[in-house]
Design a protein around this ligand. Structure first.
Ligand SMILES: [Zn+2]
Length: 55
């Protein structure tokens, strides 16, 4: 996965863990965005910036 903010490579250990985490490079908060059911059984996972102000 690539950080959408700084394009630093981010290692994802658990693709089902959708808790926000910080990029080690730019310290931006990121979250896995899992989109299930796009196709039969396919899961589309993207990395997006987590808007911490919304919480
Ligand atoms: Zn980053």
């Amino acid at each position: 996965m690539i950080c959408p903010n700084c394009e630093h490579g981010v290692t994802i250990e658990d693709y089902e863990d959708t808790k926000p985490f910080q990029c080690t490079q730019c310290e931006e908060w990121l979250v896995l965005d899992v989109d299930e059911g796009t196709y039969f059984g396919a899961t589309h996972t993207t990395l997006r910036i987590f808007d911490i102000d919304c919480d």
